[in-house]
Design a protein around this ligand. Structure first.
Ligand code: RRO
Length: 316
């Protein structure tokens, strides 16, 4: 069964859950997500061993965008699959609990995927192939040879849990085509994609000093927030048109309102994640966004999301 299918979700309209990254590192933070109208709970990307991440300041936020180079701070895979963490995070909610992983190597990812499959209480795995911030490690899914190798390896593991891959944003049609062709080859292995990580290696300067706004990597960091919404819609729409229909699309990027969720669904998203807005507003954002989205559906008389999903119109 696929955890992104509607019957597994508590409410018809609650297609919204948290993105990996902001406020997802501790059971305390995950518990707040669980208590909100988020339809699922997703962890910070884990590594085999705990990491403290890059030097501070490593995040910057403004009304229109955010930049981060956190460098994968996390409490280790053991923490996120520990029974106590899961109990505390999921509580009585019964919501699906997803674990994101971003190992230092393919071998580390294999080890973590095997560990997750042995852990009770996990609904699925989000394999992050798009972290832009680990020094000396290029973005995996920009390298099509490496992407194919990763998917081939995942297939060989015959994992017992649903698996999604988190992709970087693509900007050229040929790159979408190349990525989609590879993912479609593994349509029996890959259950869903999460359309985009932050836009890698962007730079913003401080207006007060001759410095970048963040310290690691010479100031280069991943861009997120409202400014990336047009990039995010493009990812969802392109992959909706290119991927086999068995592969679900989880849209993410710049979502901060019910209208943003609606737009994502119109482009083809089955589920929608919220990252930067969750970071800024806290877990209450899920309640607000879900309520706004429900209001829009009610006004438009939409009874079933499949009436609108992917139905973006062409100019006639
Ligand atoms: O921790 C980070 O620096 C980070 C990760 Br792993 C990621 O996948 N995306 C991002 O923007 N930051």
């Amino acid at each position: 069964s696929n955890p992104h299918e509607p019957e597994l979700l508590a409410e018809f309209s609650s297609r919204v859950y948290n993105a990996s990254g902001p406020r997802t590192g501790s059971s305390d933070a995950l518990q707040k997500v669980g208590a909100s109208k988020s339809s699922a709970i997703l962890t910070k990307s884990a590594t085999l061993l705990p990491q403290t991440g890059n030097p501070l300041p490593r995040t910057y936020t403004s009304p229109t965008f955010s930049i981060n180079s956190e460098g994968l701070p996390n409490k280790s895979i053991e923490y996120y699959i520990d029974g106590e963490t899961i109990r505390e995070s999921v509580g009585e909610t019964g919501k699906p609990y997803f674990v994101s992983i971003s190992g230092k190597s393919l071998e580390d990812n294999v080890e973590m995927m095997k560990l997750i499959c042995k852990a009770p209480g996990v609904a699925g795995i989000e394999l992050n192939l798009a972290c832009p911030n680990v020094i000396g490690h290029p973005i995996i899914a920009y390298d099509m040879t490496q992407l194919r190798t990763v998917l081939k390896t995942v297939k060989s593991l015959k994992l017992s849990l649903p698996i999604g891959i988190k992709l970087p944003p693509y900007f050229d049609f040929i790159h979408y085509q190349q990525a989609a062709e590879i993912i479609n080859e593994y349509n029996s292995t890959i259950d869903y994609i999460v359309t985009m990580n932050t836009v890698g290696n962007t730079l913003m300067l401080s207006p007060y000093s001759n410095e970048p706004v963040i310290s690691p990597k010479g100031g280069y960091g991943g861009l997120s927030g409202p400014a990336v919404k047009p990039i995010a819609l493009a990812q969802v729409r392109k992959f909706y048109s290119l991927l086999d229909s068995s592969i679900d699309i989880v849209g993410v990027g710049g979502v901060q309102s019910g209208q943003d969720v609606y737009d994502m669904v119109l482009c083809g998203a089955k589920m929608v994640q919220v990252g930067t807005c969750h970071w800024i507003e806290g877990a209450n954002c899920f309640d607000r966004i879900v309520e706004e989205f429900e209001g829009i559906l009610e006004r438009k008389g939409v009874k079933d999301l499949e009436e609108i999903r992917g139905k973006l119109k062409d100019w006639s």
